[in-house]
Every structure is written in C-alpha cells, then in structure tokens.
Design a protein around this ligand. Structure first.
Ligand SMILES: [Zn+2]
Length: 219
C-alpha cells in the first residue's frame, strides 16, 4: 500500500493559499490535498513564515464567510510534518466533510455518464464549479478536452489516464486544451474533488492566467 502523494500544487499556489489570495475553489482543493500531504503542510508552514512578511500589503480576497471558514478550519489541525500523519486519515478531507455537514453541497449523486456520478458543491461563487466526481471501478469516462482550468484532488481510490496513475491525495491541474480520458481503477470506485473554471470567454488565455498575479500585486 502506497500512501505517498506524487502530484502537488506548485509553490505559487501554496504561496497564494498562505497569503489568503487564492480563490475559494482552488483553496478548497489545496486544503483537501494538505489533508493527505505532510510535505506540502511543511512547505506551507515555511511559506506562512516568509509570506506573512513579503505579502503583508496584499489585498485580502473577499469570499463567502462560511465557505472560507470551512476551508481554513483544516489548518486548525496540527500541521507539523509527521511521517505517520496518515494514521488520522478519514474518508474525506476535513474541509470537504464540513462543507457537506453545512449543507453547502448537494448530497445527491447525479448520473453524468455510464461510469461517472457527480455531486456539485454550492460555494457561493461563480468562477469555478466545485464538485465531487465518482468513477465506478474500471469505469471509462468519455475522452474530453478542457476549456478552462481544472483542479482535481483524488479523495478515495485511484484513476489513471494516458499519462499516469493518480492516487489518494494527488493534486492535478488541467490546462485549457488538455485532452485526456480518465479511467477508474479496477479494484474500487474512485472519488475526486474537482474545481472546474467556467468556460473561458477570453480569447487570450494569458489574460486568465494573469489574474492570480493581479491579486497578489494589486495596482
Ligand atoms: Zn503535496
């Protein structure tokens, strides 16, 4: 059994998360990843120390209080790097469980395709659609491309695509234009948390990618 996560948010995302400038939906995904990944929790602690100094003049991002509290509550748990941190594993990351308990997510799974069910979150923001996706064992999803950014965290089980196998805790970023065909592992269902950006209306993708930087360095 391999509990190590192999795919992580990059340092810029962790920095924005630390500074509180990362948008709500990606923050939920980073929080979920942190539940699984002691390496990124340790990195976040370092960034918190550096970032509190460097980013002291950043504009705070306004988000729905309930959602952000739920996300940040994850950080109330001890964040020190411990090799045996996986002992405290739950079925779902704490933040996700809290969202469900707060009735911020529709708990009704809806059939998306023959192999995939979806349960959408109501996060009070419109930039991203946040949802749980459940792929049945061995289930194939339709081959699809991505019109917008998509963040995915594997919460349970595993799935694969043409490039790799993704296991519990792995954090993936899909760029606009990426094409792939995820397939659930044969040995059990796979549940993923995903945040999919609304279809991009900008014709210049650079304009979209610039947004996080504008939040960090408001003019
Ligand atoms: Zn990590």
């Amino acid at each position: 059994m391999n509990n190590m996560t192999h795919f992580h948010p990059d340092e810029i995302m962790l920095l924005e998360f630390s500074a509180g400038t990362l948008a709500t939906a990606p923050s939920i995904c980073v929080s979920a990843h942190l539940h699984f990944c002691s390496q990124c929790r340790a990195q976040l602690l370092r960034l918190d120390q550096v970032g509190s100094h460097l980013l002291s003049e950043a504009e705070p991002l306004e988000v729905e209080d309930d959602v952000f509290d739920a996300v940040m509550a994850k950080l109330d748990s001890p964040a020190e790097s411990q090799p045996e941190a996986s002992k405290s594993r739950r079925d779902y990351p704490f933040s996700v469980g809290k969202l469900i308990n707060n009735n911020l997510v529709s708990q009704t799974w809806k059939r998306l395709s023959g192999s995939v069910d979806v349960a959408r979150f109501e996060t009070g923001q419109n930039d991203f659609e946040v949802a749980l996706h459940k792929i049945c064992a061995g289930g194939k999803t339709p081959k699809h491309d991505h019109q917008g950014l998509e963040y995915t965290v594997v919460l349970k089980g595993s799935f694969s695509d043409e490039s790799a196998v993704y296991r519990e805790g792995d954090f993936l970023v899909r760029q606009p234009g990426d094409v792939h065909q995820p397939m659930g592992a044969q040995n059990g269902e796979c549940i993923c948390l995903s945040a999919l950006s609304a279809p991009i209306k900008l014709t210049n993708p650079l304009g979209f990618l610039m947004k996080p930087w504008l939040r960090i360095n408001p003019m």
